[in-house]
Design a protein around this ligand. Structure first.
Ligand code: 4NP
Length: 166
């Protein structure tokens, strides 16, 4: 992959709007990676399959809930996923089945990375999807964070094993 010159591995988190779930995953995973001392080795980004919030900061509810757990999302800005992302990212991780299906339609046949559901990398989770919290209450945003923290640790273990094996 193009970025492997600079980064050993690259990860793109994808949801619908890129203002709730995927920027939360980006912020949480960046903190987990920094804590593991791998910040110089793993490129992390997020994007949305939809374009309606492009250029916007994350939803205030996501930012506030994340900040209470020590994650800073404020500088992130929404963008839409593109076909070029398949050249740039080793892992492209969708928050739900709908976004995964949209990514599969965009995926070049020669893509050699891992495209899948983010929560498939988690441990003992009761669901395969990070539910869209946009139209719900604060509880939904806390639940999103719980799921993302869990799957982020699983992703980190998987990448660590890859880095140690290479
Ligand atoms: P996200 O949440 O996909 O987690 O960023 C959503 C944000 C906005 C909308 C839907 C989901 N929306 O319909 O505007």
């Amino acid at each position: 992959m193009a970025n492997s010159v600079l980064f050993a591995t690259s990860v793109l988190f994808v949801c619908l709007g890129n203002i709730c779930r995927s920027p939360t995953a980006e912020g949480v995973f960046r903190a987990q990676v920094e804590k593991a001392g791998l910040g110089d080795h793993i490129l992390i980004d997020s994007a949305g399959t939809g374009a309606f919030h492009v250029g916007e900061a994350p939803d205030r509810r996501s930012t506030e809930v994340a900040a209470r757990r020590g994650y800073d999302l404020k500088a992130l800005r929404a963008r839409q996923v593109t076909r070029d992302d398949f050249d740039r990212f080793d892992f492209i991780l969708a928050m739900d089945h709908q976004n995964l299906a949209n990514l599969q339609r965009l995926q070049p046949s020669a893509y050699g990375g891992h495209l899948g559901l983010f929560l498939s990398l988690g441990s003992d989770l009761p669901t395969e999807e990070v539910p869209d919290p946009y139209y719900g209450g604060a509880q939904g945003f806390e639940h999103v964070l719980d799921l993302i923290e869990n799957a982020g640790e699983g992703l980190l273990s998987r990448i660590r094993a890859r880095l140690e094996g290479s």
